[in-house]
Design a protein around this ligand. Structure first.
Ligand code: KG4
Ligand code: ZN
Length: 353
């Protein structure tokens, strides 16, 4: 089965083709128009998707070495995301599927991250078997879930305020770094001292008694943001510039150690022997190293997609569509799917009912 996936939920326009379970193409165009605004401007994002979607889809089909008439199905992100941006990809995909007379599959963007351990990255790719813990860390979401093979899952923890990606982006902004600051902090931190300053790690064993902490899989990053702000106010611009790498490494350490500790604690609590880490923040090199070390120590199998599949991409959309089709969890639709803004509104479990 040949599946075209389309992703436009934020500031990446992406199209990918899955050819009988292998990736034929995964074309990603990142919007540059937001840089001077320090964040994604929704209206500009929609307009940019509109401008590029035809050429991105054409490139994906051409790179996969097929014609549009050889497509069996089209899948697209139907939410959550910037509604205007989602609508560009969703309407385009539904219109194209309608014109070709083939099925359309709506995909939840966050679930696509959550199941990205199933993206067939290479012919040797091994997907998780049995239940696993998923740590999904993106710009707007931070979720810990217990995922089962039938694609059902329970969210066992989530952020009470900022997402992990937001923590990187907002603290980075305070440091004068360009948006998105996550990759910039990652680069700066590579030559910094993570123990230069101990920023707070909320809701972990370091901040609570072990009794109240046990079994609490929620996250909170707003205290870190405030702490960074207060700390920066106490130091001169010159001192901050001199120690930029150390500050970046210390902020990164605070975020990464919380994520790692919670994911491993969840795997042990639910007695699963596998963890998958996905979403834009899973591209972070310190998080990858920390998760590898922690999982090796506890005998847990770790699944982290290659960085191109960590941040937003359409291969994960086509891949989850393929999985949903194989498990029979796809609703019949008449090309009339409405976009949704919140994660829960379009969750697989809801569509199974
Ligand atoms: O999944 P994603 O590409 O888009 C959303 O669904 O939100 O995640 C974007 C987030 C941004 O907050 C960005 O700063 C963060 O992922 N990110 C990183 C890295 N690469 C992207 N954070 C830390 N280190 C990175 N290398
Ligand atoms: Zn994403």
């Amino acid at each position: 089965m040949n599946i075209l996936g389309i992703e436009t939920s934020c500031d990446e326009t992406s199209a990918a083709v899955l050819l009988d379970g292998r990736i034929g193409s995964n074309v990603i165009s990142s919007q540059r128009c937001h840089t001077s605004f320090g964040g994604v401007v929704p209206e500009l994002a929609s307009r940019e998707h509109e401008r590029t979607i035809v050429s991105i889809v054409n490139s994906a089909v051409t790179e996969a070495n097929i014609t549009k008439n050889e497509l069996d199905c089209i899948a697209a992100t139907s939410g959550p995301g910037l509604i205007g941006a989602v609508m560009v990809g969703l309407c385009f995909a539904e219109g194209m599927a309608f014109a070709l007379g083939i099925p359309f599959v709506p995909v939840n963007h966050i679930e696509a991250h959550m199941f990205s351990a199933f993206i067939p990255e290479s012919p040797e790719h091994k997907s998780p078997e049995g239940p696993f813990i998923s740590l999904t860390v993106s710009g707007g979401h931070t979720l810990l879930s217990l995922v089962r093979e039938d694609l059902s899952y329970d969210v066992i923890g989530k952020t009470l305020d900022d997402a992990a990606g937001e923590a990187f982006d907002k603290t980075g902004k305070m440091l004068g770094l360009a948006y998105p600051a996550g990759p910039v902090i990652d680069r700066l931190a590579a030559s910094g001292n993570p123990h230069f300053h101990a920023f707070p790690r909320a809701l972990t064993s370091s901040s609570q008694t072990s009794r109240s902490y046990r079994g609490n899989f929620d996250f909170s990053f707003s205290g870190l943001k405030t702490s960074v702000q207060t700390w920066l106010q106490k130091h001169t611009a010159e001192f901050i510039q001199t120690h930029l790498h150390d500050i970046a490494a210390s902020v990164q350490y605070a975020i990464v150690s919380v994520l790692t500790e919670k994911a491993v604690a969840a795997a042990r609590h639910f007695r699963t022997d596998a963890i998958s880490v996905a979403g834009g923040v899973s591209a972070n090199s310190a998080l990858r190293t920390a998760m590898q070390e922690a999982c090796r120590h506890h005998g847990i199998r770790l699944y982290i997609p290659g960085t191109v599949y960590s941040t937003d991409n359409a291969a994960m959309i086509a891949s989850l569509a393929a999985l949903m089709l194989s498990k029979g969890t796809v609703r019949k639709n008449n090309y009339d799917v409405a976009p949704f803004a919140s994660f829960a509104a379009g969750a697989i479990k809801a569509s199974l009912k």
